[in-house]
Design a protein around this ligand. Structure first.
Ligand code: TMP
Length: 217
């Protein structure tokens, strides 16, 4: 049996514009009469937001790699059980700023934990739950980190440029491996152009009317 709600996740490196694009998609969905839950990871529940603070603050070596992965998965479990799964079961769309693929790429590919361990942890934490669609917003590392400049240098932004290059490559490799679920969007373009592409691809993928070009005859 398929569950009624749809889970759409947004992924990408630093400064790719995920939160802006999620808000834009949520706005067109609301205009179309839908009531999406907009949420983020790490975070999305009071407990998971507290874990987020532990992860995004402090020096890059604050956590041992596996401890960091376990903290992320602890936060994800809380978020899924308390917020995402109930919303999906109610038939709501869930738009999530980062999800399992961030852990696969940041901790699994670019970090020291390895993808096999992350996959095993996800099997425990997520069971069969997977995003219905994952939008990967792609920008060159220098562009993304440059955009982040104004919001301050948090823990992950202090990782080396090589780390961030591996993150970018990791997301692109994931998209090549999971072509059904993942779509790469060139996020170097103006916000409006990216938002139109995201709206049209969601409308086409789920055969819904979001008032864009995709539905015009
Ligand atoms: P944000 O800046 O997109 O809100 O994400 C916060 C940071 O957390 C970002 O630098 C990436 C990092 N992160 C991971 O390393 N692994 C994860 O699983 C998630 C969800 C985020």
């Amino acid at each position: 049996m398929t569950r009624p709600g749809q889970l759409v996740t947004f992924e990408g490196g630093e400064g790719a514009g995920k939160s802006t694009q999620i808000e834009r998609l949520a706005a067109v969905m609301r205009a179309a009469g839908l009531d999406p839950l907009v949420t983020r990871e790490p975070g999305g529940t009071p407990a998971a937001e507290q874990v987020r603070q532990l992860l995004v603050e402090g020096p890059p070596d604050r956590w041992l790699p596996l401890s960091e992965a376990l903290l992320l998965l602890a936060a994800r479990y809380d978020h899924v059980v308390r917020r995402i799964a109930p919303a999906l079961a109610d038939g709501r769309w869930v738009l999530c700023d980062r999800f399992m693929d961030s852990t696969r790429v940041y901790q699994g590919v670019a970090g020291a934990v390895g993808e096999a361990v992350i996959d095993r942890l996800h099997a425990i934490v997520l069971g069969d739950l997977r995003p219905d669609l994952t939008v990967i917003l792609d920008v060159p590392v220098a562009t993304g980190l440059g955009r982040q400049g104004k919001v301050g240098r948090q823990r992950y932004e202090q990782m080396t440029k090589a780390f961030h290059e591996q993150v970018r490559e990791g997301f692109l490799a994931l998209a090549r491996a999971e072509t059904e679920r993942c779509v790469v969007v060139d996020a170097t373009r103006p916000v409006d152009a990216v938002a139109d592409e995201v709206r049209d691809l969601v409308a086409r993928r789920f055969s819904i009317d979001l008032g864009g070009a995709a539905e015009r005859p």
